[in-house]
Design a binder for this molecule. Sequence first.
Ligand code: NCD
Ligand code: ZN
Length: 373
Amino acid sequence: MPSPYSAARRFTVAFTFAPASDRLPLTELTIARPDDWHVHLRDGAALPHTCADVARCFARAIVMPNLNPPVVTVAHAAAYRERILTAMHRLSLRFEPLMTLYLTDATTAAEIQLAASADFVHAVKLYPAGATTNSSAGVARLERIFPALAAMEAADLPLLIHGEVTDQDIDIFDRERVFIDRHLAPMIQRFPRLRIVLEHITTREAVAFVRSAGERVAATITAHHLLLNRNDMLAGGIRPHYYCLPIVKRRAHQQALLEAATSGHPRFFLGTDSAPHRTGNKETRCGCAGVYTAHAAIELYAEVFEAAGALHRLEDFAARFGADFYRLPHANGRITLRRQRWQVAERLPLGDDFLTPLRAGETVAWQVVAAHA
Ligand code: NCD
Ligand code: ZN
């Protein structure tokens, strides 16, 4: 009699959920088309490459505004969106870019109202000045943006936060935790209805904060913060392609993120923070921050969820919870992932240069084999 354990098994999340006791390895997984709630597409010659990777599997993507110069007005966002759509049109790519504005000390309440009434702007991003790549125009003193935050609260336009303090005297591994204590906790008191996404969380303190903060505070979690801890980056040699901000933390924090992402809690959802940099700008004396994952994004999350025994929770995390928080309909379409190892290229094109993607020259366990609009 054939053993049921030898049979290849297909799995469609929409129709059936694997019972917790079911330990059969899945070979195929079909889920609703996911969205990426945090991505860096860059501009110009990079767009064909970054957009092609996002369009592989995502229906929509929240597009970060940290260009140089940054996207600070609705007019800038409209022009940037047109450049993205033009690049996509040339390659017949399809996903919906959801635009964001970059908050500065000079952002007016009137600009916020304009953003809230523009159907293509979905959020405003707060970068503390100097916190990360292209953040020098960010906010130096939070008090200065209180009028803009009040306007966002009134218009119900979500605030996205890079949650790290920038003080040189605060250890880089503590900067997220200190930001939460010093700035985020008072901010949610002062603006009790402002909806906030704490982006790319990296600590158990951030997980606990989001869990306790109530309905209006959510967080995105990247694939690389689920896959890596600081030993991966620093033990036995320094790996510049794992360097990003917020920096990957110790294993206990990674485990808190894993638990949050796979828990089924609706206020933790997918945001890759895929951030392309030329390889030459990372493999240098002072390498810049950012990990590129868009070439294998949903596949890397599938690995993580599978290892946690939670593949049946991937669809909510990747395709539902983010849209619910942003008050958008769930996307149409489905994607199918197959469990088949494939090798990531050593380098990928980025405009007229190249980047080194996560897993360069190594393998990924899942692969998207079909995507239907
Ligand atoms: C991002 C980038 O390169 O734009 N880098 C990063 O390390 N995550 C900026 C950001 O999201 O912090
Ligand atoms: Zn980012």
